[in-house]
Design a protein around this ligand. Structure first.
Ligand code: PHB
Ligand code: FE
Length: 326
């Protein structure tokens, strides 16, 4: 395995970007596109879509199950190792044996992905921001945006707002209400703690907290009880990946509306359109892939089961791909 940087690439036009390689894969970028070369072929993606997907794959440690950057290229998390693939979940590639898969140590692939982000994300472009809230990623190399790409997902140390929690968001610490959430009520609940319990009893306005997030499509763990992870996120424009989960996942639409494309996880064949309005709850089955569209910034709660034994139970058929039988 080798990381080839600084080497003249096939598409090199003197734009200032390096080529990045691992195993048989080689990534290059030009003004508008990411080019992926692999044994037996090449693939191309718009560079903005590629960088938004890459950012999430890195930030989420390859996430649960499959991260499809588009309907051809992506990664599958095996929690310690990761497969990077061309056409693995694409019926046309599979039926003509044109798919290509390589397995890497997660830490090795993560390193190459991080180097690519550092090199390819220009000053003024934040891959976590909604398109209307950031600059364009196109053109020749111009600076970088280390601050944006090294942002960590917020994990509360203890309940949001209690002494010792660092995550509370206010106008004063640089987290104003998002421009599209000006209608969100920001009043705080009244708390009447018994004397002596003032530091332990607390309540806060969850909407007022989440509506100050400066990123999109980036679930943050807001509560974690054993394997039950509640992850709130603000969504605007398109989920940059098409996620094929290796377990059932629940969505709670807290405000506004998201339209979901649900496709078969293995083939990509369309299965359903799901329109989720504020108050709707859905269980996403373990045998699908999904991509969401949020016309206006909205609040979504993603509920994940972090139990590491689940992928095997679903893969072996021990568990049905859906949680309830009606
Ligand atoms: C998902 O794939 O389930 C997902 C990912 C990121 C989000 C929301 C949902 O912000
Ligand atoms: Fe998902």
């Amino acid at each position: 395995m080798s990381t080839v940087a600084n080497q003249q690439g096939l598409t090199d036009k003197g734009l200032g970007y390096k080529a990045h390689s691992i195993g048989g894969f080689r990534f290059e970028r030009d003004e508008y596109f990411a080019h992926i070369f692999y044994p037996g072929g090449r693939h191309i993606m718009p560079v903005d879509a590629f960088l938004r997907a890459l950012m999430r794959d890195v930030a989420w440690g390859f996430f649960y199950g499959t991260v499809n950057f588009d309907n051809v290229f992506g990664t599958v998390n095996h929690y310690g190792t990761v497969e990077m693939f061309i056409g693995l979940f694409n019926e046309a590639y599979r039926s003509t044996n044109r798919h290509h898969v390589e397995t890497f140590e997660s830490k090795d692939l993560k390193k190459v992905f991080e180097q690519m982000l550092q090199d390819w994300v220009n000053e003024g472009f934040d891959p976590f921001a909604a398109p209307d809230e950031t600059g364009a990623p196109f053109g020749a190399k111009k600076g970088n945006n280390t601050k944006a790409i090294q942002r960590q997902r917020m994990v509360a140390d203890r309940m949001v707002g209690l002494p010792g929690d660092l995550g509370y968001r206010t106008d004063q610490n640089g987290y104003p209400l998002n421009r599209q959430f000006q209608d969100i009520p920001t009043d705080q609940p009244e708390v009447h703690a018994e004397p002596g319990f003032e530091k332990d009893v607390h309540a806060y306005n969850f909407f007022n907290y989440v509506a100050r997030s400066d990123v999109t499509w980036n679930p943050s763990v807001v509560s974690c009880v054993k394997d039950s992870q509640f992850c709130a996120t603000t969504e605007e424009h398109i989920l940059p990946i098409t996620h094929g989960n290796d377990r059932v996942e629940w969505f709670i639409q807290a405000t506004d509306e998201i339209i979901w494309d649900i496709d078969d996880r293995a083939t990509g064949k369309p299965r359903a359109k799901v329109v989720m309005k504020a108050g709707d709850v859905a269980a996403m089955p373990a045998d699908i892939r999904h991509r969401g569209y949020s016309p206006k910034r909205s609040i979504l709660i993603v509920w994940e089961n972090n139990d590491g034994t689940l992928p095997q139970k679903y893969a072996s058929g021990q568990l049905k791909p859906y949680p309830v039988e009606f």
